[in-house]
Design a protein around this ligand. Structure first.
Ligand code: SF4
Ligand code: SF4
Length: 169
């Protein structure tokens, strides 16, 4: 598996190849087949991977939240919602279904040992990332390729899929 510190460089070096692989997949597979392959690789690789030794996602994105998540999180931390918002949030796109964003990057809730301090209450986007176990990967390949610059597991999934599909690099 590529090291978390090297994944951005390595993925950028093969970005062109990854976009060609996307086009190749569009021509030779279908949603259900690819989703099942993604899911199997996702489960197998994450079963053996310690995310606490990576945390690239917690260091790379400003996490977005909806108002329900802001309410739950401020209660979990024990702060009034306004105080919590002033301390931890910036406004994102008000039109977005998740119109709030964590201010700090790396995330303020990332512990020194790589653990999430709000593990039991973390936002949906944290729980879901990198979405490689979710359906419709074929139509989301652009974001999969973007996530391969952050997440070593996504990078590895793409490399294994290239082998499975006998994609000529
Ligand atoms: S809330 Fe937790 S999982 Fe989400 S970015 Fe922050 S530290 Fe990472
Ligand atoms: S989900 Fe990916 S980027 Fe996030 S900590 Fe785990 S391996 Fe790293």
């Amino acid at each position: 598996m590529v090291k978390p510190t090297e994944v951005k460089n390595k993925a950028q070096q093969i970005a062109e190849q990854n976009y060609k692989f996307r086009a190749f997949l569009k021509s030779c597979t279908h949603d259900d087949k690819l989703d099942a392959q993604f899911l199997e690789l996702h489960e197998g690789l994450f079963a053996d991977y310690d995310c606490c030794k990576c945390n690239n996602c917690c260091k790379s994105y400003n996490i977005i939240l909806d108002s329900g998540e802001v309410k739950r999180l401020s209660e979990f931390i024990g702060l009034a919602e306004g105080v919590f918002a002033a301390e931890y949030l910036i406004d994102a796109d008000p039109e977005d279904e998740k119109p709030f964003k964590f201010k700090a990057n790396p995330c303020a809730f990332l512990n020194d040992d790589g653990r999430c301090l709000i593990q039991n209450c973390k936002p949906e986007v944290c729980t879901g990332f990198p979405y490689t176990d979710q359906p419709h990967r074929l139509s989301r390949m652009y974001s999969v390729i973007e996530h391969a610059e952050v997440c070593p597991v996504v990078y590895e999934i793409l490399e294994r899929l290239k082998v499975m599909y006998r994609f000529r690099k």
